[in-house]
Design a protein around this ligand. Sequence first.
Ligand SMILES: [Zn+2]
Length: 85
Amino acid sequence: MTKRRCPHCNSAVDATTLVGEGTSAPDADDVNVCLYCAKVSVFTAYGLRLATDIEAAEFEEDPDVQLAVRTVETLILKNGLNDGL
Ligand SMILES: [Zn+2]
């Protein structure tokens, strides 16, 4: 998989995990939740882009996206706690 960068935090996104239905390889317009900042972006053919205002509003209403964001936030929090021990 080609290296993509999160448009929010600029972290390299070099692996994806499928949430919901579809194929594991991301297609253009698939949603990405960054594993480093838990922010939502959208796959393009070549990388990731910020969601449009309309898309962002849709993601706020999408239970699958919200669950993915909460899951990533929990992972980030747990990792942060573990780093502190
Ligand atoms: Zn990020």
